[in-house]
Design a protein around this ligand. Structure first.
Ligand code: HPA
Length: 274
């Protein structure tokens, strides 16, 4: 890592610490259409991404761009309301820096949420799916470049990118809350176009259950830095060709907002049992 990016991480962390003294150990990244979850955080301190060195604001509708810290179900949590994506033209460092700032602030657990397309018939729109593993089909990797050994090793292990303990807690929470939580493999594409029907058929054959344009880069950076990660997808649509309908971002947002209630119940139950 370059001198420039390590000083950006240090100044980002300082800017946040100036506003949030005791930063939470658990952070949640909210994907497309899921930003409302942040409204339920009590005693919230909200910092616009634009006020934090190293954080970039998303250009995508449905991603507000705030870092929020406060309480939910008696637990302190931090929430990233919105994220940036490779398809917006952001490079690896822009995606890596916020996660590394969270690490510097002491975050130990990171829950990444997203909207995804379902590749199997049982992954119907509205389903909540715990990410069991991923395929970095995009080959976009924010860890490319000089390695900063103070975060993690040059060649990080990915035998369990999604932490078994954290995933177990989320599965227990889903049961307790009476929320159906499926499990699946998430395949990362850069986008921004939705896939062709032939691509969707190929991804299903490759062993993927979900397709989306986020989460994997953040997971890679977080795992490199030793943060425990879980990922939850809200299936907003069937992959191209599985249903006859053309795909739109509006549909993605509307379905994410609808299924977002189940996600909130699940996360509340998770926080209650911490
Ligand atoms: N493809 C890729 N990304 C997505 C989709 C999809 O069908 N739905 C939501 N995000």
């Amino acid at each position: 890592m370059t001198q420039k990016s390590s000083s950006l991480i240090a100044s980002g962390a300082l800017a946040i610490q100036a506003r949030i003294a005791d930063f939470p150990k658990t952070a949640i990244v909210l994907g497309s259409g899921l930003g409302h979850f942040a409204d339920a955080v009590s005693g919230a301190t909200t910092i616009p991404f634009g006020d934090i060195p190293g954080f970039s604001k998303s250009t995508v509708v449905g991603h507000s761009g705030n870092l929020i810290a406060g309480e939910m179900e008696g637990q302190r949590i931090a929430v990233m309301q919105g994220r940036i994506h490779a398809y917006e033209g952001h490079g690896g460092p822009a995606i890596a820096t916020p996660i590394r700032i969270l690490k510097r602030l002491g975050v130990e657990w990171l829950i990444l949420t997203n909207a995804a397309g379902g590749l199997q018939l049982e992954m119907a729109p509205g389903s909540l799916v715990l990410i069991a593993d991923h395929i970095n089909f995009a080959q976009f990797n924010p860890l490319i470049g000089p390695n900063d050994d103070s975060f993690g090793p040059r060649f990080p292990d990915m035998s369990a990118p999604y932490d078994p303990v954290l995933c177990g807690k989320l599965e227990q929470a889903a049961q307790a809350a009476g929320v159906l939580l499926k499990k699946g493999v998430y395949l990362f594409v850069t986008g921004p176009n939705f896939e062709t029907a032939a691509e969707i058929r190929m991804f299903a054959k490759l062993g993927a259950d979900l397709v989306g344009m986020s989460t994997v880069p953040e997971c890679l950076v977080a795992r490199h830095a030793g943060i425990r990660v879980a990922g939850i997808s809200i299936v907003t649509n069937y992959g191209t060709g599985l249903s006859g309908e053309p795909l739109t971002h509006q549909e993605t947002l509307a379905n994410a907002e609808r299924a977002g209630q189940g996600l909130e119940q699940l996360l509340r139950a998770f926080l209650r049992q911490l």
